[in-house]
Design a protein around this ligand. Structure first.
Ligand code: ZN
Length: 104
């Protein structure tokens, strides 16, 4: 399985940050790590930014989901900021900002 093919299947977007990803920058990430029995095929592999891949490398699927959900779609793209420290700081449990709640 090649990152470029997965990237194509994902519409050319990084699986995690949903930004356009250069095929040459694309890396393969195991959603479920191989050490946890994750398969090395299309059902378990995603193409993503190198930095996010490195960041998620040691995270369990549960932690990945938690991180992605906490980002609420506003994922700081490491390829742009070129600062993995930014992302790491986001992962750390911050106090949740309470919303104003102006729903009618
Ligand atoms: Zn990305």
């Amino acid at each position: 399985m090649k990152a470029e093919r997965l990237l194509f299947l994902q519409g050319g977007l990084c699986f995690y940050c949903r930004r356009k990803l250069n095929p040459k920058q694309a890396t393969l990430d195991h959603v479920i790590p191989g050490s946890m029995g994750g398969k090395g095929d299309e059902t378990n592999l995603v193409a993503c930014c190198r930095s996010i891949n490195a960041l998620f490398a040691n995270l369990s699927p549960k932690r990945k989901m938690e991180t992605l959900l906490s980002w609420r779609g506003r994922i700081p793209c490491p390829e742009k900021t070129n600062q993995t420290g930014v992302i790491v700081s986001v992962i750390k449990p911050n106090s949740l900002t309470s919303h104003g709640g102006n729903n009618g």
